[in-house]
Design a binder for this molecule. Structure first.
Ligand code: ADP
Ligand code: ADP
Ligand code: MG
Length: 661
């Protein structure tokens, strides 16, 4: 076994690997860029080596610097995590040359599976069911049309070197095939430096279901069940679960055996994932193989009881797997939600800044948090916007979902925009709960994006009662501090008004032993629970229902967040409520005539000039941050009056880019 390993990654996955290594008594070395000098993974590791400036190309992707860091620290093996160099053949070759072990498959497997055309050819040879398609690079747009017609529309044009959902286009007719070929080729060249595009059948209403495999170098290769990852936004996974609500044992076994056959065909070693697309009749087709640990591996760990990182370490050290296929059993249900620094109400644009508050829910038998940051940490524009993964487990799917809802309600992040409200809305969505998933779920169910979950009337009432109880408890405390007798609170008024969106809800509050009874519009709800004043996440029974509510108080009112919905409530005296009705509404300054940068980043390009008319939805500018190009679009029609920022310049959040007439 190794005595020291180096983790060539950052964020949650570096922390995750360090945890397993530590449990095995193995020393750990973190590498870090200048931007990450104080990052959590660096503080968790036994040793640290700085490897260069913030941009990944000069640090986390610099093969020579990472090999040098191994030499300098005496690390005997490298875990590459995911992303960065994890599927890079040259990295594996460089480590081999330096006599350093790599926790992953041999170079030929990385190379074969890194290319979609090559891997599909291999899959066919290994008798793995593949998407019907034409496994040669297309010569030109006319070839794309000809082959698409042969396959039959709809089809998907794909970059052979593609990954991360880039370089893919769906085509439903000749025109779209021609256009799709051109745009997929352009994206393939700019993202991967490889123009090859091929075409395959587009599977309608597909589910993404993948098989986890694990192989040693002594001839054992096992499948560890499946993960369903159909909840995707722009071909990127958001929610994953294991098992899949769709598979039966026969299909699971058939997919598992084909995944193993493919892995064996390339002499696979270590953990890997074979991705399939599954149609509504449970026909499954090979998509691609990821030759690394996958982001969503924890759901498999939770239902198999295996620590995949531990086995990657052991396999790389030459150990044989001490269990066989019959020893693998799937127990219970696990769900993972990816917490991204992306603001769902701003079109999911990445958000950067300092984590003023970062309090994940407590970990226990049902809740696991794989996190890469902590309070006070900085989310920078240089890396992936994923901050943590929240994993919940239960005996069945319904209890895993219920645990996820509670955990999301308790996850407290302030300082950056994040997608927790969106994740909560997904968990509450009836179609998700029924398990009727497809990769089109988010696009179909949230066609206009997301601007906060709906607040059901019953929940709204409970939140009003809760706001009243919060204010009451505060008022009681204030009276006690100012020297009044504890016990009964004769001087605390019982009648208040909870004001929500300029609507007054008169309430009468009655104190009981365990909390309060709040009467409004003839209905009485009890609010039962203990909480410290100033607590930011409060659990209480309200009207008999257990709720976790996040509370932000700004000195005037409460902002209450529950299940992805937000209510802003002021609790005031009836007299103040009468006066509030007379107050003029303050009109915020009109910023709609500006295009503002929604995040700090680099202004890559502008597609309009002074005097240009624009239509709603028209792309105006491209801002790069967190390794992603974000297209800023016109909110409504107008004419450009002034250009206020030049391409190439760095933007701060809310910086004005364009002014409209
Ligand atoms: P897939 O490649 O099938 O989308 P995953 O969902 O596991 O599989 O990963 C999403 C993609 O984003 C992968 O290409 C992965 O390498 C990359 N990625 C995800 N998170 C990070 C990160 N923190 N740093 C670098 N790359 C990442
Ligand atoms: P990447 O390397 O970018 O992860 P994949 O080939 O794994 O590319 O595809 C990513 C996603 O695109 C899949 O999870 C699925 O949602 C969708 N997809 C890919 N190929 C097809 C297809 N032939 N039919 C329908 N959907 C597809
Ligand atoms: Mg994929």
């Amino acid at each position: 076994m190794f005595s020291k390993i180096l983790i060539a990654n950052r964020g949650e996955i570096a922390c995750r690997v360090i945890k397993s290594a530590r449990r095995l008594g193995i020393g750990t070395v973190a590498v870090h860029s200048e931007a990450d000098a104080d990052a959590l993974h660096v503080r968790m590791a036994d040793e640290r080596v700085p490897i260069g400036p913030a941009p990944a190309t000069q640090s986390y992707l610099a093969i020579d610097k990472i090999v040098a860091a191994c030499r300098q620290t005496g690390a005997e093996a490298v875990h590459p995590g995911y992303g960065f160099l994890s599927e890079n053949r040259a990295f594996r070759d460089a480590l081999d040359a330096a006599g350093i072990a790599f926790m992953g498959p041999p170079a030929n497997a990385i190379a074969a599976m890194g290319d979609k055309i090559e891997s599909k050819k291999l899959a066919q040879a290994a008798r793995v069911s593949s998407v019907p398609g034409h496994l040669d690079a297309l010569a030109d747009a006319e070839a794309a049309v000809r082959v698409s017609r042969e396959i039959g529309y709809p089809v998907m044009l794909k970059a052979s070197a593609g990954g991360g959902g880039k370089g893919m286009r769906i085509a439903r007719d000749d025109t779209q095939a021609r256009e799709g070929f051109t745009s997929a080729t352009n994206e393939a060249v700019s993202s991967f430096g490889d123009a090859r595009v091929f075409v395959e059948k587009y599977i309608e209403e597909p589910r993404h279901i993948e098989i986890q495999i694990l192989a040693d170098r002594h001839g054992t290769c096992l499948y560890l069940g499946e993960r369903e990852c159909s909840i995707q936004r722009r071909h990127q996974k958001v929610i994953e679960e294991a098992p899949s609500p769709f598979l039966d044992p026969e299909t699971r076994r058939a997919m598992g055996e084909q995944a193993v056959a493919l892995a064996e065909a390339v002499g696979y070693e270590s953990a890997g994932t074979v991705e399939f697309i599954v149609d509504k009749d449970k026909n499954f087709y090979f998509l691609e193989m990821n030759t690394r640990l996958q982001v969503e591996h924890p759901v498999t760990e939770e239902i198999t009881g295996l620590d995949l990182v531990e086995w990657m370490i052991r396999v790389a050290a030459g150990e044989a797997l001490p269990f066989g296929q019959d020893d693998i059993s799937l127990d219970g249900w696990a769900i993972e939600a990816r917490v991204y620094a992306e603001d769902p109400v701003r079109g999911f644009l990445p958000s950067t800044g300092r984590l003023v508050r970062y309090r994940p829910p407590a970990e226990n038998d049902t809740v696991r948090v794989d996190t890469g940051v902590d309070e006070g940490g900085e989310i920078s524009m240089f890396y992936d916007p994923m901050v943590a993964k929240l994993i919940t487990k239960g005996p069945d799917r319904a209890s895993a979902i219920a645990a996820m809802r509670t955990a999301l309600d308790a996850f407290h992040i302030r300082g950056i925009g994040h997608n927790i409200p969106f994740l909560a809305a997904l968990m509450a969505h009836p179609r998700f709960v029924e398990g009727r998933l497809s990769t089109g779920f988010i696009a179909e169910e949230f066609p206009d994006g997301f601007d906060g979950a709906d607040l059901p009337a019953a929940t709204g009432k409970r939140l009003i009662a809760f706001a009243a109880a919060l204010a009451m408890r505060g008022a009681i405390r204030d009276r006690m501090i100012s020297g009044q007798l504890p016990g009964h609170h004769p001087s605390v008024p019982r009648d208040w008004v909870v004001r929500v969106d300029r609507t007054n809800h008169p309430v009468h509050i009655h104190t009981v032993d365990t909390g309060f009874e709040v009467t409004m519009a003839g209905e009485t709800l009890s609010v039962i629970g203990e909480w410290a004043l100033g607590a930011t996440v409060i659990e209480a029974f309200i009207g008999g229902e257990r709720m976790a509510i996040q509370v932000d108080y700004d000195g005037i009112g409460y902002r209450l967040t529950h299940a992805g919905a937000v209510m802003t409530a002021q609790v005031i005296s009836p007299r103040a409520a009468d006066l509030a009705d007379l107050m003029p509404v303050r009109i915020p300054p009109d910023m709609s005539k500006y295009l503002l940068s929604p995040m700090p980043g680099l202004l890559v390009s502008l597609s309009v000039d002074i005097g240009a008319p624009v239509e709603a939805g028209q792309p105006l500018a491209v801002v790069e941050a967190m390794k992603m190009e974000n297209i800023l679009r016109a909110e409504r029609r107008g004419v450009v009056r002034a250009v206020l920022a030049e391409p190439g310049s760095s933007l701060t959040v809310d910086q004005q880019i364009l002014e409209f007439e």
